[in-house]
Design a protein around this ligand. Structure first.
Ligand SMILES: [Mn+2]
Length: 386
């Protein structure tokens, strides 16, 4: 499979999508991705759901709006006992387990890499689905195989609208404002919070490219986690003693707490920039990449001779940024590698695609090429594509 490209249309160009729909309202793009880009069979998906380190769920809808949820790993027997209709199997992070699936993420290169969370793939029997619900992240729903009907509601829902005593977040009621059936290759984009309800029309498979939301609170918590311990005075050293009423908080106490918080904000811009790069590329739990121990010189030479392609490790999110006047950083896995600005062309090349061929270089040996590629190979962020 070549590099996947999202086919915008004459009426909805990439620019119009970004201006009018992205993070604003749903849009359906017919034939957005060629159906042959979705290379995963129902059997392969079921196989993944049987693996220990893969997150999967089986959801069954019973008569009377009763929902059953089971978590994987599953056994082959679990699938043979399922009813003929009204169930679905969902597998999370398939892009991180199957590199060919990760290749589809190249089609979403208009979204920053760090914002891409995962590709969840579902197989549904006829009428199968997870019920009407909302998500708090952007999602691209790609119809890979078979047909799925999607109903969308323009109404805003809250926690009180959820079905009580249900293991899933299912809305009790749903008012359909638009109703569409997706064919293989069609794509429905939904911004966060838009209620949607997908049901399989016959057997089908859907790939959901989910975005990662990062709340302000999570960002701040991340900053505090990495705050270096300075050994400065602690709050208890500053407590105002000798007040008339021991339960009164003094203005001095408040000022001190305020000063501690103000000092926690980044003063040093280089440190701050490096932290942002690390924070936004933090791996998901359980997706830490191990260092590569073998000698990488030979891999580098074969790649430089055009004899092999390198691919980005499917768990690595890349971010490149300038951290000072004369330094650039390439970040992934919550770490920053720093290089002189003279390496810019090399770093941009390394970040531009999930699969790197030497022939894609504009100039065959830009400054820092060997050093950067060897670093990325040693860290396991790049690996030979087999
Ligand atoms: Mn959803």
């Amino acid at each position: 499979m070549g590099s996947a490209v999202l086919q915008f249309t004459d009426s909805i160009s990439r620019q119009r999508f970004l201006d009018e729909f992205w993070q604003k309202r749903p849009v359906l793009l017919r034939q957005a991705i060629p159906p042959d880009c979705f290379e995963l069979t129902p059997d392969e998906l079921a196989g993944l759901a049987c693996e220990e380190d893969v997150e999967s769920r089986l959801i069954c809808e019973r008569q009377g709006n009763r929902w059953e949820l089971r978590h994987g790993p599953f056994e082959a027997d679990d699938f043979s006992r399922l009813p003929a209709s009204h169930w679905t199997l969902l597998v999370q992070d398939v892009d991180k387990h199957v590199p060919q699936v990760a290749a589809l993420l190249d089609a979403f290169d208009f979204v920053p890499d760090w914002r891409l969370d995962d590709i969840m793939i579902s197989y549904a029997s006829d009428q199968g689905g997870v019920g009407p619900h909302t998500d708090n992240y952007d999602v691209f729903l790609l119809q890979a195989w078979g047909e799925r009907r999607w109903r969308i509601s323009e109404q805003r829902f809250c926690e009180a609208d959820l079905l009580p005593d249900c293991p899933l977040r299912v809305l009790r009621e749903f008012h359909t404002d638009s109703d569409m059936t997706l064919q293989p290759g069609d794509m429905l984009y939904l911004p966060p919070g838009v209620a949607h309800w997908g049901t399989a029309e016959g057997e089908c498979m859907t790939w959901s490219v989910g975005m990662r939301g990062l709340s302000d609170a999570e960002l701040l918590a991340g900053w505090l986690e990495r705050l270096p311990s300075t050994g400065r005075a602690q709050l208890h050293d500053q407590v105002d003693a000798g007040t008339a009423n021991p339960s009164l908080l003094s203005g001095r106490d408040l000022d001190h707490v305020r000063a501690v918080m103000a000092n926690a904000l980044p003063a040093d811009d280089v440190h701050f920039r490096r932290w942002v790069g690390c924070q936004l590329t933090e791996p998901k739990p359980d997706f830490e990449i191990a260092l590569e121990q073998s000698d990488m010189q030979r891999t580098f030479d074969m790649w430089a001779q055009g004899r092999l392609t390198l691919r980005r490790h499917p768990w690595a999110r890349f971010a490149m940024l300038r951290i000072s006047e004369d330094r650039l950083a390439l970040c992934a896995q919550g770490q920053a590698l720093e290089y002189p600005v003279a390496f810019q062309a090399t770093l941009e090349y390394a970040c531009q695609s999930r699969r790197l061929r030497h022939a894609m270089l504009a100039e065959s040996n830009p400054p820092g090429l060997r050093e950067v590629i060897l670093d990325l190979l040693r860290l396991g962020w790049l690996q030979p594509d087999d």
